[in-house]
Design a protein around this ligand. Structure first.
Ligand code: F6R
Length: 608
């Protein structure tokens, strides 16, 4: 939530354009207002406005700003509604210090009260605004230099933060610090960056320094210095070269990032399969040996862990529960040294997941995670990590990372099946053959279902409400499909176990009510036919995601979205979600919405 970026460059060339280009890459983190601070003629200049970047640059000339240094922010409101006043950067009373922030300052009210008593005047309702005033206070009352004042300020903050500070008192440097919110440094020969995420500078450099909690950085055009702000020790950390390519964070000819990322799935899944990770065996073995296993995730990632939960129960023959990260407290009493907690996350920065991990670690649990972003907070809290290798995902609604997360669950499941002997040699080899074909099945599914999804979307776009029904493993596929529809097309969509639908949901069915069935040709097939009949008898319009050539269901439903044959018993949860991603995407487009940036959502939820 909220994207922050800072740039210090050698020359004054196009600083405004540069900061805006970087901010556009972070817009997936929040997009209700935008602001930039620069230093011109030794004065801090703040330009900010409510709205998305493209709207804001039409109102104020952000890309015309001059100078060698700039910080920029794209906001996802927490304290105070979206407005110009609440947009970042925030400044001190003398307009000498500008601050941008991602996170939540939990003790801001008491700090603000003190500052108001001391005569500071506040312009916004945000928690962030106390930071420039507190820095100002340390400079004024304690005669501190800017850097010391910033360090003293951040030591007073409780909660989570990644902050960048720019000041006319030290006009060649950006100071930044982090605790629990992400911050990375990008190094280029004529420009240095600090940002919430790597895509902000990926088109300029692949040299990255990952910052850890409680670190403070002084950034100038020719270098960076890191210290730990709690013990003031210097930290030596060299950059590493990230394998992501710049074009991965661009639309590549697609109208929206979301569609690009849907199409990328066959190659991202192939990358995951191609890269053999030693952690797979270690993680699978530890899960198999553990007394208790809990999977932990939020949102879409949680639906992938439901696949994991089923597979671990099946192949390790042990109780395993997938818990929504924000509901972790309910399992906290069960966590001890004999427990494995397996978090799954795209960003590796979801605050609910991080807080649950921290608590589980305190109780002695081992943390084995599946994460997309290398070096993210969750990876650093983990004893072992399986990387998803899906590349950067910009669209707010997860698509390619959901299928990568689900594939990683299958990977672990099959490995456990081999270790436990539940899968004999031949069965295991057969299963792996099917698994290896997933990228090509996904590709064929996209080709086959895209035009139909576009057609159905014209009808779906008129609806207010829908059901997504599935059984067994594909109940979670239904959940993921319904989540996509509600997130980006704003149509209320509820997923339900198909068998349970007659215990309530059926009361809502009336003429032309949309019901989507996930109905592969497996052991659930016969029973789901009964559920389709029940819905049709009450006037529902049915859509079936089915195996190609499945006449029984194909003749029952109004629209059939077909998946290539041969995957009915194994690994259905990956290809069967594809038509629903496309359906949600095209429905949003028909409604004139931007599917990549749905209202009120943020890709990385870094608040509790
Ligand atoms: C939905 C979506 C979110 C994320 C959730 C967890 O399309 O993207 O529900 O899945 O915020 O995020 P990560 O995986 O980064 O922990």
């Amino acid at each position: 939530m909220c994207g922050i970026v800072g740039i210090v460059q050698r020359d004054t060339n196009k600083i405004g354009k540069n900061i805006i280009d970087s901010l556009k890459k972070l817009e997936y983190r929040g997009y209700d207002s935008v602001g930039v601070a620069t230093i011109e003629n030794n004065q801090v200049k703040v330009s900010k406005e409510e709205g998305k970047i493209t709207e804001v640059i039409e109102k104020i000339q952000l890309d015309d700003l001059h100078g060698k240094i700039a910080i920029g922010h794209t906001r996802w409101a927490t304290h105070g509604p979206p407005s110009k006043e609440n947009s970042h950067p925030h400044i001190d009373c003398k307009n000498e210090i500008a601050v941008i922030h991602n996170g939540i300052i939990e003790n801001f009210q008491s700090l603000k009260k003190d500052l108001v008593t001391q005569g500071h005047v506040f312009q916004s309702e945000t928690d962030t605004e106390i930071i420039p005033h507190l820095i100002e206070q340390f400079i004024q009352k304690e005669q501190m230099a800017l850097k010391d004042a910033i360090i003293h300020t951040i030591r007073k903050l409780e909660g989570t933060f990644a902050i960048c500070v720019l000041s006319s008192l030290d006009p060649d440097k950006i100071y930044c610090a982090k605790r629990d919110s992400p911050l990375v440094i990008g190094i280029n020969s004529d420009r240095m960056f600090c940002a919430s995420d790597i895509p902000a500078f990926l088109s300029h450099t692949r040299q990255v320094v990952l910052l850890h909690d409680d670190e403070f950085v002084t950034l100038s055009h020719d270098g960076y210095e890191i210290i730990n702000f709690t013990n003031m020790k210097r930290v030596e950390r060299r950059p590493y070269i990230v394998s992501w390519k710049p074009e991965m964070a661009q639309k590549g000819g697609f109208p929206h990032f979301m569609l690009k990322e849907i199409h990328e799935q066959s190659s991202s899944l192939a990358d995951y399969i191609r890269i053999k990770q030693p952690s797979l065996h270690k993680i699978s073995e530890k899960v198999y040996d553990a007394k208790k296993v809990f999977l932990l995730a939020a949102g879409t990632a949680h639906y992938s862990t439901l696949t994991g939960e089923n597979l671990i129960r099946k192949y390790a023959k042990k109780p395993c529960t997938s818990i929504i990260a924000s509901e972790y407290d309910s399992i906290s009493p069960l966590i001890d040294e004999d427990t494995i907690v397996l978090p799954v996350s795209q960003s590796g920065e979801t605050m609910d997941t991080i807080m649950a991990i921290k608590d589980a670690k305190k109780s002695g649990a081992k943390i084995l995670s599946a994460v997309n972003v290398i070096g993210s907070s969750i990876t650093r809290h983990s004893d072992d990590v399986l990387y998803l290798y899906a590349g950067p995902e910009i669209g707010v609604a997860a698509t390619k990372t959901y299928t990568a997360q689900t594939l990683s669950m299958w990977d672990i499941g099959l490995e456990i099946g081999r270790i436990s002997g539940e899968l004999g040699n031949n069965e295991y080899d057969e299963a792996r053959k099917l698994y290896n074909k997933i990228p090509s099945v996904v590709k064929q599914t996209i080709v086959r279902s895209e035009a139909l999804a576009n057609r159905i979307a014209s009808w779906f776009a008129e609806k207010n409400s829908s059901f997504y029904l599935g059984r067994g493993l594909n109940l979670q596929t239904a959940k993921e499909g319904a989540l996509k529809m509600k997130e980006i097309a704003y149509i209320h969509s509820e997923a339900y176990p198909a068998g349970e639908s007659k215990h309530g949901p059926i009361a809502l069915i009336e003429e032309d009510y949309p019901v989507v069935f996930i109905a592969p040709k497996d052991q659930t097939h016969k029973r789901i036919i009964g559920n389709i009949m029940e819905m049709k008898a009450r006037g529902a319009t049915t859509i079936g995601v089915i195996e190609k050539g499945d006449k029984e269901i194909g003749e029952l439903v109004k629209w059939k979205m077909e998946i290539p044959k041969g995957y009915s018993e194994m690994i259905t949860t990956i290809p069967y979600v594809i038509p629903m991603q496309l359906l949600a995407y095209y429905t949003a487009v028909k409604k004139g919405l931007d599917p990549s940036y749905p209202r009120n959502l943020s890709k990385s939820v870094t608040v509790l």
